[in-house]
Design a protein around this ligand. Structure first.
Ligand SMILES: Cc1ncc(COP(=O)(O)O)c(C=O)c1O
Length: 449
């Protein structure tokens, strides 16, 4: 079943009601309601977000009552680049399960995956695996600290929930505010970690240089790019500074990896780190993350204790091997870039048609837009509200997947057209209260609690 504009109002739809009821219960028995901030319904559409899914396939998601939506938003928060439930990846996983996912012995797939990732990244000699991005980054940070014998870390960008990262806000409560998630609370992080982590500004070599001069850190950890495509000159400068100050250069490619090329985004600009971290898209929805590095650094992992039971299960590396094979065969990165361009061109056309200035940012593979207005968060909420009525899960950020066909993109853009028209009316003075009866979407962290 697919929603139609003239179906009952959102608040009367069964799947939405069921989702909202379950979320209310979840908040009673799961602190925060779920395990990932980005999937909290208040960040999309308080009151009406379907919140829970019963099934996902391609770029379709069914709510608890079996109503189908087209996902033009987070696609599992970037995990499902090939689409949900990719037949070949799932088939490889079923085969692995039929042979047993766990045993006292190790699974050979982890060695095959290490070989594959090292083959793709010529500068790397060794790999370790984990199951979440945050823990993979924590592994990289531990190895960098152990291999240099130093404690301080220089970073920019988002790197997960671990103590080493949140410690930034022990020294300055706003320390992380310019790094994707403002308002993160370091509550529970030992005060003794204060002053061990030092943010620098992306794109500004002087800012990094200041941190290096002051702290000579064990590692520089950063995303290659987030709000725009990677800048070769800047990253070459970072590489040179890292070498000069003896800091391990770690590229966190959890989000950027394998989207715009077959491997880390850094391979497109030929700047080689000392370590790199991959997650998200690597297993197309199955949990697998990786840390790659040069032998001299990675060997230290043998001296410091880094070990966990479920890092040895078989589904993760099996899914990753199949995902990489499908990506390679389909040259997924080429279509992803093409689709991303189709989408951003569509946004630009609507912006021009309705004389609504927008700011587009992000990688072509993960584009986002903001309507240039003091009401931009209200408009973002209205986009989600109106698009939900047309059976799209949408906000202003989209992780492009192979499942987003040109027809789907066209349908999405034609459903977005009247929403831009509506927003134009609002900008011209139509009262916002006349069309929105839900609180606006939350952003950042603090305002959620
Ligand atoms: C660059 C980067 N590093 C680390 C993480 C943390 O990954 P996870 O949520 O799997 O712990 C993310 C998640 O968004 C990320 O984008």
């Amino acid at each position: 079943m697919t929603l139609k504009k003239n179906d009952p109002p959102l608040g009367k739809r069964r799947g939405i009601q069921l989702g909202q009821e379950l979320w209310a219960r979840a908040k009673e028995i799961i602190p925060g309601g779920n395990m990932l901030l980005s999937k909290q319904p208040d960040r999309f559409l308080p009151k009406y977000w379907p919140t829970y899914f019963s099934k996902a396939k391609g770029c379709n998601v069914w709510d608890l009552s079996g109503t189908k939506f087209i996902d033009m938003s987070l696609m599992g928060v970037g995990t499902n680049l090939l689409g949900y439930g990719h037949p070949e990846v799932d088939e490889a996983v079923y085969r692995a399960i039929s042979q047993g996912n766990m045993s006292t012995l190790n699974c050979p797939e982890e060695v095959q995956l290490a070989e594959k990732l090292i083959e793709i990244h010529g500068w790397a000699d060794m790999a370790r695996f984990a199951r979440s991005g945050g823990e993979a980054v924590a592994i990289a940070v531990r190895i960098a600290r152990a291999s240099t014998g130093k404690e301080n870390i220089a970073f920019c960008g988002y790197h997960g929930w671990h103590d080493w990262y949140l410690a930034t806000n022990l020294t300055d409560a706003q320390g992380l505010d310019n790094h994707l998630l403002p308002g993160l609370e370091p509550s529970g992080v030992p005060q003794s970690l204060a002053g061990t982590v030092h943010p620098f500004k992306h794109g500004n070599l002087d800012s990094l240089h200041d941190v290096l001069r002051a702290w000579a850190p064990a590692a520089i950890i950063m995303e290659v790019a987030r709000s725009e495509e990677p800048q070769k000159d800047y990253l070459e400068g970072v590489r040179e500074l890292a070498t000069r100050y003896g800091s391990v250069l770690i590229f966190d490619e959890c989000t950027s990896g394998f989207r715009e090329t077959y491997g880390g985004l850094h391979t497109t600009i030929s700047v080689e780190p000392d370590m790199a971290v991959f997650g998200k898209a690597l297993g197309n929805g199955y949990a697998i993350t990786a840390v790659l590095g040069r032998r001299s650094i990675m060997k230290v992992a043998e001296k410091t204790f880094i070990s966990s039971t479920f890092w040895t299960e078989r589904i993760g590396p099996t899914a990753a091997l199949e995902t990489l094979a499908v990506m390679k065969r389909e040259e997924s990165w080429k279509s992803i870039i093409r689709k991303g361009q189709e989408i951003t061109n569509g946004w630009k056309t609507l912006s021009k048609k309705y004389e609504l200035p927008i700011k587009i940012s992000g990688l072509t593979a993960i584009p986002s837009f903001d309507i240039v207005s003091d009401n931009r968060t209200i408009y973002k909420t209205i986009i989600t509200l109106e698009m939900l009525k047309s059976n799209f899960l949408a906000s202003n950020l989209l992780y492009v997947s192979l499942a987003h066909t040109s027809d789907i993109i066209k349908d999405y853009l034609s459903s977005l057209d009247p929403v831009f028209s509506l927003i134009k009316d609002l900008e011209s003075g139509r009262p916002i209260e006349s069309i929105i009866d839900t609180p606006i979407a939350k952003t950042g962290f603090k305002r959620l609690v």
